[in-house]
Ligand binder design. Structure first.
Ligand code: 13P
Ligand code: SF4
Length: 302
């Protein structure tokens, strides 16, 4: 019987499709993908690929971002229920209120957000480029949506800006507490702490390295150290172990998993390639408006 990997390979050729996957998906998804990366890498890659069909193995805001950057292509999200709760943790009403209240304001939208929120924002950022982009904005006042933790982290580096914080967070990263890290450090005192900036600021302060998923992988791979406490979703362990078979990795708690990302399976990829469903479709006005802050991001991050 043909393996699932072979079936996917054949279907990709038949349908002229390419597979993009985030580091938080299951190892077998990362193995079958043509490109694996963090949110920033995936947005850039989505614009470069030539295939007619893009299968986005990640959560819905990632599928939407690919559609915004490639409105003419067929974008498949193998499970439409793969969602990121934080992407919905801001409102257009709040953005409008803040715009009325502050002059000289930039609405900075973390890519982990719905297309509708992006459509009301000035520039998008990812955890890999947020610091660089916000630093280069001329505006004094920054309303950063939806993630309060990433906002707080970059605000500690940009003291000349006035940040307005939004009440949003990722429950997976929010749950990685200072105590979790200190307890793990007690067990493995030699281990370096690599942490994603979606974690609370008290936890981030304990990081030897703070950065996006690909930043964490690069830091660990280039380090002379041998043990690491990895403070982000456990999907990154696959690439970390592939690149660093002799290094040791510990999680700050027993389960650090994004249920949205883990919804993507090989069977669902096969189904979506066979049927070319479910497709990510967005209203034309949303595409027009939400594409601008994403393109601004890609320009400013270079
Ligand atoms: P990265 O941009 O670091 O890949 O993170 C995306 C994400 O969803 C973090 O929770
Ligand atoms: Fe969203 Fe958190 Fe999952 Fe990232 S890890 S996709 S922020 S729920």
């Amino acid at each position: 019987m043909e393996s699932k990997f072979d079936q996917i390979k054949k279907l990709k050729e038949e349908k002229d499709a390419v597979i993009l996957a985030h580091y938080y998906t299951e190892p077998e998804i990362q193995k079958i993908a043509d490109y694996v990366g963090d949110s920033y890498f995936l947005s850039e890659k989505a614009r470069e690929v030539k295939e007619k069909v893009i299968v986005m193995c990640g959560v819905s805001f990632m599928g939407e971002s690919v559609k915004l950057l490639n409105p003419e292509k067929i974008i498949l999200l193998p499970d439409m229920k793969a969602d990121c709760p934080m992407a919905h943790m801001a409102t257009v009403k709040k953005i409008e209120e803040v715009r009325k209240k502050y002059d000289d304001l930039a609405v900075v939208c973390y890519v982990n957000s719905t297309a509708e929120l992006k459509a009301h924002s000035d520039v998008c950022v990812t955890s890999a480029n947020a610091l660089k982009i916000v630093k280069n904005l001329k505006n004094k006042n920054i309303f950063f949506i939806p993630d309060q933790h990433l906002a707080r982290y970059i605000s500690t580096k940009l003291l000349d800006k006035n940040f307005i914080f939004n009440d949003g967070w990722c429950h997976i990263h929010n749950d990685i507490t200072k105590d979790d890290i200190l307890k793990t450090k007690e067990k493995y005192p030699k281990a370096k702490v690599a942490i994603h900036p979606e974690c609370p600021i008290e936890s981030v302060k304990l990081g030897d390295y703070v950065g996006s998923t690909s930043g964490i992988i690069k830091y660990v791979s280039e380090s002379q150290d041998e043990e690491f406490i990895i403070c982000t979703e456990d999907g990154v362990l696959y690439e970390l172990k592939e690149k660093n078979p002799n290094k040791k990795f510990y999680l700050p708690k027993s389960k650090v998993q994004c249920s949205g990302m883990k919804k993507i399976t090989l069977d669902k990829i096969i189904d979506s390639l066979e049927t070319l469903e479910p497709q990510v479709n967005l209203d034309n006005n949303i595409i027009k408006e939400a594409n601008k802050p994403l393109e601004n991001m890609l320009m400013m991050a270079r």
